[in-house]
Write a protein that binds this ligand. Structure first.
Ligand code: HEM
Ligand SMILES: *[C@@H]1O[C@H](CO)[C@@H](O)[C@H](O)[C@H]1NC(C)=O
Ligand SMILES: *[C@@H]1O[C@H](CO)[C@@H](O)[C@H](O)[C@H]1NC(C)=O
Ligand SMILES: *[C@@H]1O[C@H](CO)[C@@H](O)[C@H](O)[C@H]1NC(C)=O
Length: 318
């Protein structure tokens, strides 16, 4: 009798363990026993890359965003095209635009050398995004972990789901809402544009044809972004402090000095203005909303349990 109930208990344990594994949620301690040095390895590599080139922090932060908005945070953005596979790298918002793949490869190599096939590329992107923000003076947060890597990617979803610089406020709100992110999250996450650069092709119409732009700001950008040619010439998204993670992005918006059309949409006599005013005057509030929104973004449809895989090379499936 004792034996029967003990074996029944064992089966119950197996059952609940399977349920727990198959519906696993992300957890801050996911690698605590399987790869205790994962986070410190990633942090050192991010710091070294940012020390070499400050912009890399911006590029790594953006990679996590472009990963999460397409099929969820599953490393799909990292997959290279080849003769039989088309990934996301040639999508409009990504082509000649997203960067940092060599840094991710280097981080992955270092992480593989301490823990073989344990830490996913999707988690590396999430941690590198956090470490990048911290490296440029921004807030820190606890990254939830346990994402696995996709076996697929989607060029069409990258084209449809990543918001464009030509978007109006309503399109921005709806692009984030499709990913279960609130308007508050959208306005806070846009503060990522406090760091990094944008290409002339993404802001040309704004500096020549828009009226809700400071005229001397517009003129100052035109020399390096002519009406034709110079598409890939860059300008800082935050005209004041493009290598510091701060509230100047929002102060620029108040002065009609948003670089992208989509940026200035957040301060254009519309419903987002009041939140921009709040952040422009309260960096603690911006930081706490930004970190909460990064966690929400990092939770978009992860692959967990036995879904997907742990890639050996972030650029291709195993
Ligand atoms: C709200 C909608 C958004 C739009 C329309 C948008 C659009 C853009 C565009 C057009 C660029 C310049 C790309 C180029 O010149 O090739 C850019 C750069 C950047 N974006 Fe966004 N973005 C948005 C939201 C976000 C979010 C949510 C994040 C991260 C949390 C982010 C992080 C960045 C960063 C850091 C850069 C600079 C990258 C670098 O210097 O390499 N953006 N974005
Ligand atoms: C500005 O608008 C005019 C009139 O619509 C158009 O012909 C021109 O191409 C636009 N210029 C830029 C740089 O977008
Ligand atoms: C916003 O409203 C102010 C005050 O009425 C006005 O001066 C400004 O031109 C408006 N801006 C836009 C972009 O409509
Ligand atoms: C092409 O890429 C896909 C996705 O990463 C991969 O599964 C496949 O093995 C690659 N093919 C070649 C020939 O490398």
């Amino acid at each position: 009798m004792a034996r029967i109930s003990s074996s029944k208990y064992s089966w119950l344990l197996v059952f609940f363990t399977l349920v727990a594994i198959s519906s696993a949620q992300l957890s801050s301690t996911f690698y605590s026993s399987s790869c205790p040095s994962a986070l410190s390895t990633i942090k050192s590599a991010v710091n070294a890359a940012v020390k070499k080139e400050k912009r890399m922090a911006a590029s790594l932060l953006r990679l996590h965003f472009h990963d999460c908005f397409v099929q969820g945070c599953d490393g799909s953005v990292l997959l290279d095209d080849n003769s039989t596979f088309t990934g996301e790298k040639t999508a409009g918002p990504n082509l000649n635009s997203i960067r940092g793949f060599d840094v991710i490869d280097n981080i992955k190599t270092q992480v593989e050398s301490v823990c073989k096939q344990t830490v996913s590329c999707a988690d590396i992107l999430a941690v590198a995004a956090r470490d990048s923000v911290v490296a440029l003076g921004g807030p820190t947060w606890t990254v939830l972990l346990g994402r696995r890597d996709s076996l697929t990617a989607s060029l069409s979803a990258a084209n449809s789901d990543l918001p464009a610089a030509t978007s109006d406020l309503s399109a921005l709100i709806s692009a984030f809402s499709k990913k279960s992110l609130s308007t508050t999250d959208m306005i806070a996450l846009s503060g990522a544009h406090t760091i990094g650069l944008a290409r002339c092709t993404t802001f040309r119409t704004r500096i020549y044809n828009e009226t809700n732009i400071d005229s001397s700001f517009a003129t100052s950008l035109q020399a390096n972004c002519p009406t034709s040619g110079g598409d890939d010439n860059t300008a800082p998204l935050d005209t004041r402090t493009s290598s510091v993670f701060d509230i100047n992005y929002y102060k620029n918006l108040q002065a009609n000095k948003g670089l992208l059309h989509s940026d200035q949409q957040l301060f254009n006599n519309g419903s987002a203005d009041s939140q921009v005013n709040t952040y422009a005057g309260n960096s603690n509030k911006f930081f706490s909303d930004f970190t909460a929104a990064m966690i929400n973004m990092g939770n978009i449809s992860p692959l967990t349990g036995s879904s997907g895989e742990i890639r050996l090379n972030c650029r291709k499936t195993n």
